[in-house]
Design a protein around this ligand. Sequence first.
Ligand SMILES: Nc1ncnc2c1ncn2[C@@H]1O[C@H](COP(=O)(O)OP(=O)(O)OP(=O)(O)O)[C@@H](O)[C@H]1O
Ligand SMILES: [Mg+2]
Length: 356
Amino acid sequence: MITSAEAMRMLIVAHFKGDESAFRKAAEEYIEGERRKNHHVLANDLERVLSNTNGSHKSRTEVLSLLGMTNGNVPKDKDRDVVLVDICDPSRELSGLILADDVRRTIDRLVFERRGSELLGTYGIRPAGKLLFCGPPGCGKTVAAEALARELYLPLATVRFDAVVSSYLGETAANIRKVFDFARTRPMVLFFDEFDAIGKHRTAEDEHGELKRVVNSFLQLLDSFKSETLTIAATNHQGLLDPALWRRFDEILYFPKPDSKQILDHLTRLFRQIGLSHAIKLDHVAKSLVGMTHADVERLAVDAIKQTILSSREVVEPDALQEAVERQRARIQVTEQSQRGDGLEPSLKPNRRGIK
Ligand SMILES: Nc1ncnc2c1ncn2[C@@H]1O[C@H](COP(=O)(O)OP(=O)(O)OP(=O)(O)O)[C@@H](O)[C@H]1O
Ligand SMILES: [Mg+2]
């Protein structure tokens, strides 16, 4: 009987030697080890993958489909025949995100903890399994969930609230239950993005009995949910959430708007693929953009890059960057006004004052 660490080593060595039969033997040992640990779902999955591959090479998508992680196998709404979760093989990298120091530290610790889950398990301790991501829009909640899934080699299952919330009485709670049941069948990152769609305060005025039932059943299901799956809920309306929800999460991460240093970091990365005119002082630009989100910064940088390419210039010139900043400012103003419900001024145009 060998340990799973030894089986993993054998697997890697066999893979690099191109030794198919040693690889199969190591994989069988590994599966056996998982079965001894009572990880029957995982063991069965791996066995199925092994017997279906027959030595031929498969693409990542094919392997995911063998693992039963494609949309064909996910739960559906009974009446509308729509899938309740979207499964994807995440591509964002954690190293590509600009994160506040405390957020980065917490995420690194989580990854470390999840990787050591086997060791923790021998002491009867579970790694953190339920996270709440909050903070303003466009500051990295969704991309961090993707990157975390990638870092942990797990598929990302994003809950589709448009499908989960049913007009039929009782059906929404039943759908949430189906989602949790599905997430128990194999390890994944189960992502309740824009989760306030169901987590609104139970005493909110516009709420009716169904919503109360839905939130209650979500709380119960979340509480009793014990699995290797990592559950992440994200919201930019944390003030709306019921206080009872907060204590059900192992970690709460707040993704703030970036400071000038983080904006400078982000701009530097975004402009890496194209030259910048020496007349542009990127640190000054970064300071002038404080208050914008990462998504704003990204949009204006891509805008400036597009203009530069289309006007056949070699480098981004100050006027192109300035115009992109102004367009983004105008866009933010329109969004804020529409959120406040103000009538839009017909004279609302990008101002032409330039980058300070
Ligand atoms: N911390 C970050 N580092 C790098 N890029 C980021 C970061 N945050 C956001 N972005 C960029 O902005 C875009 C929007 O980010 P994201 O979807 O993660 O925001 P969000 O916080 O989930 O917003 P919402 O609350 O509206 O869902 C992403 O596609 C990403 O490219
Ligand atoms: Mg999001």
